[in-house]
Design a protein around this ligand. Sequence first.
Ligand code: 9MR
Length: 356
Amino acid sequence: MVTPRSTRLRLLAIGGSLLLFTAPAVAGGQAAAAQPHPDGVPLRELGARQGIRIGAAANPFVLEKNRAYRTMLADQYGTLTAENVMKWDTLQPERGVFDWSHADALVEFARKHHQGMRGHTLLWHNQNPKWLTEGGFGPEELRSIMREHIRTVLERYRGRVYAWDVINEPFRDEGGELRPNMWLKTLGEDYIAEALKTAHEADPDARLYINEFGIEGRNAKSDALYELAKSLLDAGVPLHGIGFQSHFRVGGVPEDLAENMRRFTELGLEVTVTELDVSIGMPAGEKELRAQADDYRTVVETCLAVSGCKGVTVWGVGDADSWIPSWFPGWGAALPFDQGYAPKPAYSAMQEALGR
Ligand code: 9MR
């Protein structure tokens, strides 16, 4: 069992929950009676009292259409991560032509609701425009394209995005080798340091992350990431954090999650759970939903127990907008809110872990 980082804050949280218990959720000028409204103190508030940020990945297209989604996102989450609209194919669909409209919509929503904004992501092997992947660029030109993209994006959102996943998934799916993506193949391993330095120049206040999956427990991949992080820090590269994506299957939270986080924080880095979800083989019964709730509880408790863990972001708001069913047919029900945005046991488990 993991103990929360501060008993005093826990007590405050319990006291505060009585005060906030009845706050109504109203959106779009209509009373909220028709939509699910979770009991108790919102996650964002509980997280803030404990000194961590509870966030969600957000999608402006769903935001526009779905009031329940909008309400949960605004009420429950203290940070937003752009699920897709800050990726390269959305931001720079043509060379030199930036489309800020969708990213701006999210940044504006975050501002309006006093939420922090995490930027995701600058360099990745997916969701890149064809002009970039098929341009046949040599090292000099690709380096300049990379620097220009990072600089332009970070300067635009300077002061409005507090952390960036500068590098996403730099390792192969399994094992400890760097992923042979376009960046590695053309620029060599230095692309990582160079991207981080460029980002730091453009926004010296942003927290700069490497974000990765399958590194939540100790294994060959997390060992390799650890060595990479250490060598970057030794070389004075501005790396501030490691994103533990945390796409789990029910029952799959590694037992050494806390220990593994700690070895990174002992290097002087922060860690954040950046993309948490817990998939269940469908159909999801009560037993599975309870087991899922335990997993959510464990992850939040672990973040609270590791000083240097800055927060937990879930990858979507409710099961209706999760990426899981379309990518892993037969799996789903992965988030703390259900298809209709009613809270699931996982939601209450997160509240409990945060000392509601
Ligand atoms: O959730 C995102 C989904 O909507 C996209 O179709 C997918 C495309 O690759 O990317 C998903 O988000 C990924 C994130 O950017 C990086 N880590 C893995 C996430 C799930 O695939």
